[in-house]
Design a protein around this ligand. Structure first.
Ligand code: NAP
Length: 315
């Protein structure tokens, strides 16, 4: 059991928590909730019967079902853990079965679109607290999750104006209990910040790996053989779930395009500096960026180990 999470609570925070979508994030929440005793009952919902059967084998939920409406019945916290583009359809299916006074939340990597999709289906007596745990890996599915995924990572809450403060506080307490640092901001600001810190970097990784795969003058085997020259680190990000990331770009279109516009301008300036031999410009930028990495390490969001702590034997 993960030591860093601390002991289970004597009194659970929620009576019944229903998680819809048991992939990396849904199964990590279930494992953390179970380990920390954050709910008396955990219900896992997944549309795929094979996943439902796997959840029963893994044993991190008290109940597992493919029927979303039945799964949320009686739950006091329901969390949508499905791709951003699926949130509206799932909300429509569960809306009538939500318990009066329940809290509905999600974990989507884009917030404005999820709010727009979910709010029209929301019953008046249900509070909506959208959330985004800024934590993940490139793996998917119920076997990929682990209870410490959210430990010492940020979780951003973006409650719409009409959400009661009490519901926001309960969701804050839930994520804090799982070891996250919680921050509240507007959905619009979240989408802009995450466009540059997460979405555009993923697009660049998908692009560079795709470009390398399509090159005619460098063979595929050379790309793989010499990948430690920087390319390898992009391939980890570019292995992230295609459905999830397709939805992120389709649903955070404006902010991503805005940041891409800035990026294109800056790349043009870099190309110019290289063409004209302006070494001081390159040196100044590389010095500033090195300081940013040191800042990330100093706040504990990355390992200071050389080569990301990879073992010398390449494992
Ligand atoms: P995942 O491992 O691929 O799991 C996705 C889950 O959603 C699966 O249970 C899948 O069901 C279900 N699903 C997919 N399409 C659906 C649909 N149309 N209707 C109903 N269920 C559907 O993905 P994940 O990494 O857990 O991501 C889930 C959410 O977390 C996404 O919104 C993502 O933006 C957010 N998030 C991800 C990360 C990350 O790094 N991975 C980090 C923070 C937030 P099946 O069993 O049928 O496949």
């Amino acid at each position: 059991m993960p030591e860093r999470l601390g002991p289970p609570r004597e009194t659970p925070l929620f009576d019944r928590v229903a998680l819809i979508g048991i992939g990396l994030i849904g199964s990590s929440i279930a494992r953390a909730v179970r380990h920390l005793n954050l709910a008396r009952t955990i219900v896992a919902v997944d549309r795929d019967e094979n996943v439902v059967a796997r959840v029963r084998e893994l044993g991190f939920a008290d109940d597992a079902t493919s029927d979303a409406a039945a799964g949320v019945t009686g739950a006091d916290l329901v969390i949508l853990c499905v791709p951003v583009g699926a949130c509206g359809a799932v909300a429509a299916v569960i809306a009538k079965s939500l318990k009066p006074g329940a809290i509905l939340s999600d974990v989507g990597s884009v917030k404005g679109s999820v709010i727009a999709q979910v709010q029209p289906h929301l019953p008046e007596d249900v509070s909506f607290v959208p959330a985004h745990p800024v934590a993940g890996t490139e793996h998917s599915g119920p076997d990929a999750g682990f209870a410490t995924l959210f430990f010492n990572r940020w979780c951003i809450l973006t409650p719409p104006e009409n959400t009661p403060d009490g519901a926001v506080e309960r969701v804050r307490e839930f994520w804090s209990a799982m070891g996250s640092n919680v921050e509240v901001m507007t959905a619009q600001h979240h989408d802009l910040v995450l466009a540059i810190t997460s979405h555009v970097p993923h697009l660049i990784a998908y692009n560079i790996v795709g470009t390398a795969a399509d090159l005619e003058t460098v063979t595929q085997s050379e790309v793989i053989k010499f990948s430690a020259g920087g390319f390898r680190d992009f391939t980890r990000i570019a292995a992230s779930d295609p459905t999830m990331w397709r939805d992120v770009f389709l649903h955070n279109k404006e902010a991503v395009l805005e940041m891409l516009g800035r990026l294109n301008e800056d790349i043009a300036l870099l190309a110019r500096a290289i063409r004209w031999g302006e070494g001081d410009k390159l040196f100044d930028l590389f010095t500033r960026t090195r300081a940013i990495r040191r800042g990330i390490i100093s706040v504990g969001q990355e390992t200071p180990e050389p080569d990301f702590g990879r073992r010398r034997d390449g494992q």
